[in-house]
Design a protein around this ligand. Structure first.
Ligand code: ADP
Length: 242
């Protein structure tokens, strides 16, 4: 074998590699910040022309055209709202407080049942959990929304406590998500083709928002699914002294 001898790696090389890595990390962070700022600015600025168009529609416009345009404007508005929520979801502006998870789940579930969902509950969380109540509520509500919307009206919510974390599982009995797409559904604005075809007005930000909130709690969000057997979403939240 005609292999060149490996040059020896010295402290100078390590220093250079560390420096190069630090520079790269700084550049990537700048790029991410710039993109988020641009997205945020565009989202804010779009709100004004949308409001103007809404007001103009109140004038002399054929009723069927008015209805269609109002629907389009409503979709655009929702998309902007979700984009701004997504940009905020990872930041920890809301304070961590002691949260009664059972009461919070009861109230989110009640809202969902008013929309026709049948939800069964299993397990309890015996001690208060240190969390951001509005964020956590949004995280759970997004997953319940998906379960009801894509999976149907029969949903199971279970809570499990271990010594180190609390797990909230939300299971539906719908068509599920193909294994090849299980990572992609966490990408911002990604939707399965079957969902796009239904013109449902979803934005593809529900899961990225839920994930960012779970991660801002020091936890995580995972999905399991087998086609035809529904989806189980699991929020993992670390247990901290409350
Ligand atoms: P949205 O619901 O606004 O489209 P999400 O980020 O919440 O955005 O979900 C992304 C996509 O993942 C959805 O469009 C849908 O295709 C798929 N999905 C999410 N939850 C489920 C579920 N419980 N069952 C089947 N498909 C799902």
């Amino acid at each position: 074998l005609n292999q060149a001898p490996m040059p020896e790696v010295g402290p100078q090389d390590v220093r250079q590699a560390v420096q190069a890595f630090n520079t790269m990390q700084r550049d990537v962070r700048r790029l991410v910040d710039t993109r988020a700022q641009a997205l945020s600015a565009v989202s804010h600025d779009l709100r004004l022309p949308i409001t103007r168009m809404r007001l103009r529609l109140e004038g002399d416009v054929a009723p069927e055209l008015r209805e269609k345009m109002q629907r389009d404007l409503g979709e655009m508005d929702a998309m902007i709202g979700h984009t701004l929520d997504f940009l905020r979801a990872g930041s920890d502006t809301e304070a961590l407080v002691a949260v009664n998870l059972d009461a919070l789940l009861d109230s989110v579930i009640e809202d969902m049942e008013e929309l026709g969902a049948r939800i069964t509950r299993e397990g309890r969380c015996n001690q208060p959990l240190k969390a951001r109540p509005h964020g956590l509520r949004r995280c759970i509500a997004n997953l319940l929304d998906n379960a009801r919307f894509y999976g149907g009206d029969s949903i199971r919510v279970s809570v499990e406590e271990t010594g180190t974390e609390v797990r909230i599982r939300i299971t539906d009995q719908g068509p599920g998500i193909p294994e090849s797409e299980l990572e992609k559904v966490f990408e911002p604005y990604f939707r399965l083709e079957s969902s796009r075809a239904r013109h449902t007005g979803g934005t593809g930000l529900g899961l990225p928002i839920a994930k960012a909130i779970a991660e801002a709690h020091g936890g995580s969000l995972s999905l399991q699914s087998k086609p035809g057997e529904g989806v189980t979403a699991c929020i993992h939240l670390p247990r901290r002294a409350a």
